[in-house]
Design a protein around this ligand. Structure first.
Ligand code: SAH
Length: 358
């Protein structure tokens, strides 16, 4: 399992440095220093499971190996550029700078239930250009490497550790479309699941997609235990096309096949963002009920998070509730969601590279 990701060689690969996510190279370093496997395990546990800093983690190694590890292992690929903590709820937005100076965002969510979640990015920008999403307005810059995806989790773990917390769930709902970055997403998911590393159960990981059927099929085959969320937002072809340009390539009919396929591994999450006068009417509700009939799903009704320059309006809460109640009455597992992090622009669809946009 070599975790050195595809982009690493292009711009910032230093042949003398080993990434902490490059398992083969780390094994070589272990052998060179004759570190016993159980000491290496302590080191990995400190880094990936306990959220310890570099000095503390290195202290778990035999004294003779510490210098070699410290001078050859690259601990962080992202630089934490800014941190914004919400004053109304437990959200923190982390803005990271990549080595080639792009900004990406992750969000720590601390809901009242006490289960800390982390929302991470998979790309710099996004090519999907959904009409309701701020990230889409940036356009697409590049895929994040496996290391950059994983480093968001490692660094967030260290941030919450002094609070007595750990990251319980990781969701790919930040910037970008994860299923358009399979080459780096899959190794990252393997690393997150692997027992010697983060050791997350698949049920604690969730990948959210605009709906790319060929990629959904591959994902379902390889990660049958990892949760899948589909950003549906409309079950009417013409409405969905207006909201999400990808729907022109992958129709609702095509999507239904892969949805059925994915739901054999467990319920798929359906994300349904409610926009006033766009997808919240009677015809929209009927289309949704028809489309999802006989597919095991859990529907999340989500409020629209506004951002500067958007000209869409969210459906008022009472109407969202009525919509959700109708779905429940029709037998669908449905949850009415509320946003966290709205005051720091950390809610879904508000993540955007603010600086350097001219
Ligand atoms: N590209 C993936 C993951 C990133 S978006 C996807 O589309 O699923 C994560 C979620 O936020 C998606 O369900 C998306 O539709 C939703 N979202 C985007 N913009 C939003 C906004 N302005 N308000 C509320 N949710 C939004």
């Amino acid at each position: 399992m070599n975790k050195r990701s595809a982009y690493a060689g292009l711009f910032f690969y230093n042949p003398f440095m080993i990434s902490i996510y490059d398992t083969d190279a780390l094994e070589e370093l272990r052998r060179r220093n004759a570190v016993q496997p159980h000491r290496m395990k302590l080191f990995r546990t400190a880094l990936f499971k306990k959220g310890m800093g570099w000095d503390e983690a290195v202290a778990t190694l035999p004294e003779g190996a510490r210098a070699d590890f410290s001078s050859h292992v690259e601990f962080e690929v992202l630089e934490l550029a800014e941190r914004h903590d919400s004053e109304i709820d437990g959200a923190s937005k982390l803005i990271f700078k990549t080595t080639d100076e792009h900004l990406i965002e992750s969000v720590i969510l601390r809901p009242a239930t006490g289960r800390t979640s982390l929302c991470i990015s998979s790309q710099v920008g996004c090519a999907c250009d959904c009409s309701f999403c701020a990230t889409g307005k940036m356009g697409f810059t590049r895929n994040l490497t496996t290391d950059e995806i994983l480093d968001q989790v490692t660094q967030a773990g260290r941030i919450v550790k002094p609070e007595g917390r750990s990251i319980r769930n990781v969701v790919f709902m930040g910037m970008g479309e994860p299923l358009l970055n399979l080459g780096n997403l899959f190794p990252a998911l393997e690393f997150l699941r692997a027992t010697p590393f983060f050791n997350y159960a698949g049920s604690r990981l969730m990948v959210s997609t605009v709906g790319i059927p060929p990629a959904m099929v591959r994902f379902t085959e390889q990660f049958s235990d990892v949760q899948l969320a589909l950003s549906l937002h409309s079950a009417r072809q013409e409405v969905r096309e207006r909201l999400m340009p990808q729907a022109r390539t992958y129709s609702l009919n095509m999507l239904r096949e892969s949805l059925l396929d994915a739901s054999r591994n467990g319920k798929v999450m359906i994300e349904y963002l409610m926009l006033a006068g766009v997808n919240d009417g009677e015809a929209d509700l009927c289309a949704l009920e028809d489309y999802l009939c006989d597919i095991p799903v859990h529907i999340n009704i989500i409020p629209f998070n506004e951002y500067a320059g958007c000209n869409l309006q969210g459906t008022p809460e009472a109407e969202r509730r009525a919509f959700a109640d109708r779905l429940k009455a029709a037998g669908y597992d449905t949850t009415l969601r509320y946003s966290l992090g709205a005051d720091i622009s950390a809610a879904c669809g508000q993540l955007v590279q603010h600086r350097g946009r001219g």
